[in-house]
Design a protein around this ligand. Structure first.
Ligand SMILES: [Zn+2]
Ligand SMILES: [Zn+2]
Length: 267
């Protein structure tokens, strides 16, 4: 597994590997998957604006944005990112795929912050995600799956808070002869099942919402070429050597790494 590369054909850049808690040494969730010339941004947590600038990528580079769910650690940097696209003079239309119920709120937020479409200079195409309905282009397929991440909140609060978006998604991304997956935030180990049906070149896997032994038991023995762990819950992040030890013992031959902001991986 390579951590730094110059110009890979396919790769993952970690703009932010944090979870929901404030953290002094991690930005919140945001990742770039690259397949040849196609660039897909997954989640847009706080810190994206500066890490994107530091990456040196053109502001016309992103082909699509995918938002896994509406928690602020996954979406809190989105409006500032759009402001960056405006100031850096993006001109290409930007498709944004996200939970449908969050779209009116996102549009209203951009409107309220002055980022109207006729100002920013490029259209945003808002596309609601739907379970098992693929997004296809140029030999690529991005397949969203529901996760149970927000199910207990939905049960407790949906009747009272009807405008809250309780959908959460994971993604299987295939193309250029590669198959990779991003868990988004999960609620139980079985949320990983649809991602693990076939061999993976890379799994970008959150490590906050189910106990580590349970997560590792689900991954053990799977045909995965590399696992990049992200979104570690605070205790794991503060004692990464413990996680490295336990993970090595559980996963054996599967290469894995605990991602840091700015890391790049090829696949
Ligand atoms: Zn999260
Ligand atoms: Zn979440």
């Amino acid at each position: 597994m390579s951590r730094k590369t110059s110009a890979p054909r396919s790769g993952l850049t970690c703009f932010g590997v944090g979870e929901g808690w404030p953290c002094a040494d991690r930005n919140h969730s945001s990742f770039l998957f690259r397949f040849g010339d196609l660039h897909y941004l997954f989640d847009a947590g706080d810190g994206l604006s500066s890490t994107y600038k530091a990456s040196g990528l053109s502001y016309d580079r992103i082909d699509r944005v995918f938002i896994s769910h509406m928690h602020s650690d996954h979406v809190g940097g989105f409006s500032l990112f759009v402001q960056g696209l405006w100031l850096e003079k993006r001109r290409r239309a930007l498709p944004v795929h996200m939970p449908g119920q969050g779209i009116p709120a996102m549009r209203a937020w951009l409107q309220a912050t002055g980022l109207f479409e006729d100002l920013v200079g490029f259209p945003i195409y808002w596309e609601p995600l739907a379970e098992n309905i693929p997004i296809r282009e140029a030999g690529m397929t991005i397949l969203p799956f529901h996760t149970s991440h927000l199910d207990s909140l939905r049960q407790a609060f949906q009747k009272k808070h009807k405008s809250t978006c309780f959908e959460a998604f994971s993604f299987l991304i295939e193309g250029h002869g590669k198959r990779v997956a991003y868990t988004g935030d999960i609620g139980r180990a079985s949320d990983l099942d649809p991602l693990l049906k076939e061999p993976l070149d890379l799994l970008l896997c959150e490590a906050s919402h189910i106990p580590l032994p349970e997560l590792l038991a689900k991954l053990r023995g799977r045909p995965i070429r590399q696992i990049v762990f992200t979104h570690l819950e605070r205790e794991l992040w503060s004692d990464k050597s413990r996680m490295l030890q336990e993970t090595k013992a559980a996963l054996g031959d599967i290469p894995f790494v605990i991602a840091r902001d700015g890391d790049e991986y090829t696949f």
